[in-house]
Design a protein around this ligand. Structure first.
Ligand code: BGC
Length: 369
């Protein structure tokens, strides 16, 4: 376990400090990047989310609506368009600035395409919080709230190794690698985390990547789109696995792509490989319980949204949030002060307990047990 979610403790400490110095809870908060911002209760909080490329983003909208309202702010929640995610998200952020939002929480459609909007927000005195995905190349992102993405990748890499040992006899194992979209700052972190576990096993011959495709550029999936992963898997099978070479496992960066990969292997008539995932999507849990998909990651979206809104509340009270400095969250301009939550690896073995706080997921796990 690396970084913990410790904002609550910091808030209590900061409140005590304020009480001792006789200050009332003010409206001006000093942020970790040294700036000041003002987020009075009742003010507008903008939430700009990417297109709904996976179920977590669908859930996020409702979670933000609930947590923002409950904390006493007004919510303006927008999703990027599927067809033109970058310009639509840029326009949505501009509009939030115009509407007078005091904080803007952004799940970036493309983390490298928002510097103009983020700089404009900062100039208008708005606190910008990168949410789930980091925003690159600007010091004007105040905070980053996310699960520890490198650790997500480490868990995926280890799950692949464990699944291979459990289900595919002894090494060596034939494996293929997939990564997420190059416009998502998370995608290389997931991949690098996984490769920190898998690379030594490739080097010592435990794992063989039959296609030879092992760089992020080669294995990335543009737009996190299922059809792109399915096509690449089909092409890999045609080129490398059509003459009886068996495919033992596939590193998949999330559940949507995992199911697309499994679709391709099934259509080609291959034996079910060990496939990893992420997001605990409702469509994948039955597959995990019946042994089709090996693993997923649970990143509780409700908690992640709440962490961002707790941060807003802390700033609103004029308190200094407790953040961590993680070099993986360097955005090309600085290490963005971060609040990191712990991802949980889920397989058939621990699904029922892992989802104990989520009735929908717990019921799916129990149904498949
Ligand atoms: C999120 C993942 C998600 C992916 C595709 C990433 O930035 O962290 O949870 O699977 O985007 O939407």
């Amino acid at each position: 376990m690396r970084k913990k979610y410790i904002l609550g403790i910091a808030a209590v400490a900061a409140a005590t400090a304020l009480a001792l110095t006789g200050c009332s809870t003010g409206r001006t908060a000093s942020t970790s990047s040294g700036s000041t911002s003002s987020i009075p209760k009742g003010s507008l909080i903008g939430v700009a989310l990417p297109a709904k490329t996976s179920q977590n983003w669908v859930l996020a909208g409702q979670d933000f609506q609930n947590s923002i309202t409950k904390a006493g702010f007004k919510a303006d929640i927008q999703y990027a368009d599927n067809a033109s995610p970058v310009p639509s998200q840029q326009a949505e952020i501009n509009s939030m600035i115009t509407k007078g939002a005091k904080a803007i929480i952004i799940g970036a459609a493309d983390g490298s395409q928002l510097t103009t909007q983020v700089n404009a927000a900062k100039k208008a005195g708005i606190t910008v919080i990168a949410w789930d995905r980091n925003i690159l190349n600007t010091k004007n992102v105040g905070y980053y709230v996310a699960f520890n993405n490198f650790h997500v990748g480490q868990l995926q890499g280890q799950a692949l190794l464990d699944g291979l040992a459990k289900e595919k006899g002894s090494a060596p194992y034939n494996v293929e690698l997939f990564a997420g979209s190059p416009d998502d700052a998370n995608a290389p972190l997931f991949f690098n985390g996984a490769m920190s576990v898998l690379q030594p096993k490739i080097a010592d011959g435990t794992i063989k990547v039959v296609s030879g495709q092992t760089t992020f550029q080669k294995v990335a999936t543009q737009g996190w789109l299922a059809q792109n992963a399915q096509k690449r898997m089909t092409d890999l099978i045609t080129a490398n696995y059509s003459k009886g070479t068996k495919l033992d496992g596939v590193l998949s960066p999330n559940d949507t792509l995992g199911r697309a990969i499994l679709q391709a292997t099934k259509s080609a008539g291959l034996a079910n490989p060990v496939v990893t995932g992420q997001d605990s999507e409702t469509a994948s849990i039955p597959l995990i319980m019946n042994g089709t998909q090996y693993s997923t990651i649970y990143k509780d979206t409700t908690l992640e949204a709440q962490a961002a809104i707790d941060l807003v509340s802390t700033l609103s009270k004029g308190q200094t949030p407790k953040t961590v400095d993680d070099k993986n969250n360097y955005n090309g301009a600085y290490d963005v002060p971060s609040i990191e939550l712990d991802p949980v690896l889920v397989t058939k073995d621990n699904a029922v307990t892992a989802y104990a706080n989520n009735p929908t997921l717990e019921a799916l796990a129990k149904a498949g047990n």
